[in-house]
Design a protein around this ligand. Structure first.
Ligand SMILES: Nc1ncnc2c1ncn2[C@@H]1O[C@H](COP(=O)(O)OP(=O)(O)OP(=O)(O)O)[C@@H](O)[C@H]1O
Length: 276
């Protein structure tokens, strides 16, 4: 089995920033079950987009959940924006989760609410109970509109979210994540429900946000060539272990085949994507 690991460019040189996320020897098991993550190391640096690849069941979602305290850490450590996730008690998890913007495959918008209100709900992560009840401020509304403008759908602000296309809904979800002023963005299969054109647009947007705002973006993807086109670094998981961690520019589809149970899986995905 081949393990391909090189340091990210941002980790080289004397002026390199500290990682915002630092995971070492992470082990996760659900209940009495087997280890789902087995000794995972991961660093995420400001401004980089890291694609997370692996077969179904390899542990991609679990790794993301472990960064927000939603997965049972049984060994090793995960530090996220200054939080030591494995040691946080329930009350402190709120602070961690306010620092992490999340984007999901099914967008997770409230369909009957307006696009603008959906974006505003991102502000609730940092609001205390009084603010949450008291409504949103004018400054909140202005910021939400600016974010909708940034993601290209300000003209849809008053529409019900359920009336938007999938690609538009995912843009709303990204604006909502930005509303909470995240220090990290986790995107779990954000384009799995989108056509190829929309997929490229959404991934371009995430990469632009990472670069412009200096926020690390960790994005799990099933389609290999999307990872090669839209990331600065690739981390490949297989059966809960990191087999590949290298700058995207140093990788090709052949090398990434090692992360799949069936090496042809990677190439089949590209054919599937082209057929859609
Ligand atoms: N809440 C849970 N309880 C028990 N087992 C779980 C739970 N969540 C995930 N698992 C198991 O952990 C393993 C990894 O699952 P995970 O969802 O992290 O994989 P994945 O790589 O994200 O897969 P996919 O690409 O299909 O989303 C699987 O064997 C899964 O059955």
């Amino acid at each position: 089995m081949t393990t391909l690991t090189t340091l990210p460019p941002s980790a080289l040189g004397t002026t390199s920033p500290s990682p915002l996320v630092s995971v070492r020897g992470l082990r996760v098991a659900y209940g009495d079950g087997p280890l789902v993550l087995d000794g995972v190391d991961l660093d995420l640096f400001p401004g980089e987009t890291v694609a997370l690849l692996g077969s179904s069941g390899s542990g991609k979602s679990t790794l993301m959940k472990s960064l927000t305290g939603f997965a049972p850490i049984t060994g090793g450590s995960a530090h996220v924006a200054g939080h030591d996730v494995g040691t946080l008690r329930r009350g402190r998890l709120r602070g961690l989760r306010a620092d992490v913007g999340q984007v999901f495959q099914q967008f997770n918008l409230v369909g009957r609410l307006s696009v603008l209100t959906n974006v505003l709900t991102g502000a609730l992560h940092s609001a205390g109970p009084v603010n949450a009840v008291g409504g949103f401020t004018g400054a909140d509304r202005r910021r939400a509109m600016e974010l909708l403008d940034r993601v290209g759908i300000a003209h849809k602000a008053t529409d019900q979210a359920r009336t938007l296309s999938g690609g538009q809904q995912q843009r709303v979800a990204i604006a909502r994540a930005l509303m909470q002023r995240p220090r990290l963005i986790l995107a779990d299969e954000p384009v799995a429900s989108l056509d190829p054109t929309m997929s490229h647009q959404v991934l371009d947007l995430l990469q632009e946000i990472a670069r412009t705002d200096g926020i690390p973006v960790l994005v799990s993807l099933h389609v290999l060539h999307l990872a090669l086109e839209h990331s600065d670094r690739v981390v490949g998981l297989r059966h809960g272990e990191v087999l590949v961690s290298a700058p995207t520019a140093e990788l090709d589809a052949e090398q990434l085949g090692v992360v799949y149970d069936d090496p042809t899986e990677a190439h089949d995905q590209e054919a599937d994507d082209a057929d859609r």
